[in-house]
Design a protein around this ligand. Structure first.
Ligand code: HEC
Length: 173
């Protein structure tokens, strides 16, 4: 009897490890990352674009290199990164798809990083505002503002026909 209990325990432990290992080793495909997209919250988004995988490994906005010249209010120099969904949407030019993330580094005239501003498209988050979730971080990724930020919406709203995007044409309109 005792032997059977020991045997069963051993089997259970081995099975447990096997399952845990299988889950751990499951390949992290782009689809599986999409299923774990962050909620519209600056903390979740920060984890996704820094610790999970640095946005600096994403593509730059097509045709824009690092430290291109920017305008007010963002900064004298800008570097803009886009995730795969955003890159695909920019190429298709039919509006930005759900899960698109655009991360813009804002630099002062001395090329010092002053802020990181982000647009994240979340389905049904804010239909009146193109479903964009807005965030502003300081250079240490403290949250300076998040959500349906009025200032961002007011200014980017002037290019509503281009899905609130200034940097390049992303719609057919
Ligand atoms: C007064 C207008 C204005 C305000 C306010 C503003 N932006 Fe922008 N934003 C721009 C312009 C213009 C660009 C194009 C880049 C450039 O030349 O500076 C831009 C570009 C961007 C981009 C790159 C994608 C795109 O639309 O081209 C992001 C991301 C962004 N802004 C985020 C924000 C966030 C977040 C806020 C609020 C915290 C904000 N912006 C407030 C004018 C504004």
């Amino acid at each position: 009897m005792k032997k059977a209990v020991i045997m069963l325990s051993v089997v259970a432990v081995v099975a447990g490890f096997t399952v845990a290992f299988a889950i751990h080793e499951a390949p992290l495909t782009y689809e599986s990352i999409l299923r774990h997209m962050p909620r519209p919250s600056a903390g979740d988004l920060r984890y996704h674009m820094t610790i999970h995988k640095s946005y600096r490994e994403w593509a730059e906005w097509p045709g824009k290199g690092k430290m291109y010249k920017g305008r007010e209010p963002h900064g004298a120099f800008l570097t803009t990164y886009v995730n795969e969904t955003a890159l695909d949407s920019i190429k298709k030019a039919k509006g930005m798809a759900e899960h698109s993330i655009i991360v813009k580094e804002n630099y002062d005239p001395g090329k010092k990083l002053t802020a990181v501003t982000v647009m994240y498209k979340v389905k049904a988050y804010n239909p009146e505002g193109g479903d964009w979730f807005w965030v502003k971080y300081d250079p240490d990724f403290n949250v300076l503002g998040e959500g349906k930020i009025k200032a961002c919406l007011d200014c980017h709203g002037t290019v509503k026909d281009n899905d609130y995007i200034f940097t390049g044409k992303v719609t057919e309109k």
